[in-house]
Ligand binder design. Structure first.
Ligand code: CMC
Length: 432
């Protein structure tokens, strides 16, 4: 049987375009030769319908609410794995054996310090600098402090000194930025603590008030990081791939991804959700007012934490996070009025035709902030938490992009020019 083709007729000429099938049966029309063969480009603002690469890392079925990393269901991974195990899986394609995991954990401990000279950077940000701008700056500058990859000492794939360093150091940078913001002394990483326990300890331990590491918070953080670890070609991951396709090395490519994540329509939504819930609470819980505003086509207001480009059903990550949220608050005996507001808002949205007809459900960002609040993490650090989780995915995509010639071709979209075609030049003195 001949390979399936799509047929496109332009000006009476029919062109055949190859059809590519994914391992899960989705079909894509390969338009790579379209411009060459027809002189036409395609227009797809926001990449609503554009596959930018072939990938083996993450599978997402937006209709059925399925998310898998390297073939493993997110539900199983969140229930059974450590975040570092999932990072290993994303980077290498396989879950680690016991020995491989121990070695990886050891490396996480070994690389956790940051160069002491980098600590001075923190002193020169303005007092209320955003932790996201600090993170992006610091990660970009790791390039100069740890140049293995530049010196071609480090390979491009899997677990390398560069990737282990980055995974380990990012949480130190994040915690130090918080300490600097608080004006508290830095708490250095401890090799005997797990990835998540270490982070919480660096954040909250104080010389005058030793921090009691709560296993329930460590477990919750572990789940949150796993659930954020990858999400195929989202805005920040596509940014990492695009920047990397220009030949940019790992650390600055990730720094660009952190900047992309910052936006309120992407990772910054977890901050926007809490601000929105606080606003509704302070406004006498006037749900209807905010729901009406979100539905008003003349208002830019949206219900943060609802909707997704790909999911047409409940985000599978949101379902797990909602449960974790209830578990954490119950276990620590915390009553957070924002959880009540969130649940009531979700209920009203679920019964509203506008949201039903557009398949708008809670996404990953809707309940996560309430857990971070229970941990004591300030709102302006929520997107940093997302970045810590997403890092293994970004690295895996950067590596995959670099691993073959086709996908590492420099990213360079076309445009449909709609400006003035040509004008005679007007000298300055003749312009009115
Ligand atoms: N509140 C109210 N209306 C919405 C919302 C919302 N949160 N999301 C989408 N809509 C409406 C939108 O106005 C449009 O209506 P209409 O067809 O009448 O013009 C329709 O639903 C389709 O929306 P869209 O903007 O075309 O969809 P998109 O795929 O371009 O945007 C989105 C996806 C996530 C940016 C959007 O749903 C949104 O802005 N959500 C709020 C921000 C948010 O929670 N972002 C986090 C996303 S998940 C994590 C991540 O990616 O980092």
């Amino acid at each position: 049987m001949s390979d399936p083709k799509a047929r496109l007729t332009i000006d009476g000429i029919t062109y055949e375009l190859p059809i590519i099938e994914s391992t899960t049966g989705e079909k894509a029309i390969d338009i790579r030769g379209l411009l060459r063969d027809t002189g036409y480009i395609t227009l797809d603002s926001g990449y609503m319908n554009t596959g930018s690469c072939e990938s083996t890392i993450t599978y997402l079925d937006g209709e059925q609410g399925i998310l898998r990393y390297r073939g493993y269901d997110i539900v199983d991974l969140a229930e059974n794995c450590l975040f570092v195990e999932v990072a290993y899986l994303l980077l290498t394609g396989e879950l680690p054996t016991y020995d491989e995991l121990e070695k990886f954990k050891f490396d996480m401990g070994k690389y956790a310090l940051i160069h002491e000279d980098m600590i001075h950077f923190f002193d020169h940000f303005p007092p209320h600098a955003s932790p996201m701008s600090i993170l992006s700056t610091m990660v970009g500058s790791l390039h100069d402090f740890y140049p293995e990859m530049d010196l071609d000492e480090d390979p491009y794939g899997g677990i390398t000194t560069t990737t282990a360093r980055l995974l380990s150091k990012i949480r130190t940078i994040a915690a130090f930025s918080y300490k600097k913001n608080m004006g508290h002394p830095l708490v250095y990483p401890r090799a005997n603590l797990s990835y998540c326990a270490n982070f919480l300890n660096m954040m909250f331990d104080r010389p005058n008030m030793p921090y009691k590491i709560e296993p329930v918070l460590v477990a919750a953080l572990n789940k949150l990081l796993i659930l954020h670890a990858d999400h195929e070609q989202n805005c920040s991951t596509s940014t990492v791939r695009l920047v990397g396709s220009a030949g940019v090395r790992l650390y600055p490519s990730i720094s660009a991804g952190i900047s992309a994540l910052w936006g309120p329509l992407h990772g910054g939504a977890n901050v926007a959700v809490i601000r929105m819930l606080e606003r509704i609470l302070a406004d006498n819980r006037s749900y209807d007012k905010y729901i009406a505003l979100a539905k008003d086509p003349d208002s830019p207001f949206r219900l943060s934490g609802f909707g997704h480009r790909v999911y047409r059903t409940y985000d599978p990550r949101a379902a797990i996070i909602k449960q974790v949220c209830h578990d954490v608050l119950a276990s620590l005996d915390i009553t957070d009025p924002l959880l009540e507001v969130a649940m009531e808002l979700e209920e009203r949205v679920a019964n509203d035709e506008y949201f039903q007809s557009r398949n708008l459900y809670p996404n990953v960002d809707f309940y996560s902030g309430i857990i971070y609040r229970a941990m004591g993490i300030p709102t302006n650090m929520f997107t940093v938490m997302f970045a810590l989780g997403r890092l293994p995915g970004w690295i895996a995509h950067w590596q995959e992009m670099n691993s073959d010639k086709e996908s590492s071709r420099i990213g360079r979209p076309r445009q449909v020019y709609q400006g003035i075609v040509h004008r005679p030049f007007v000298p300055l003195e003749a312009r009115s």
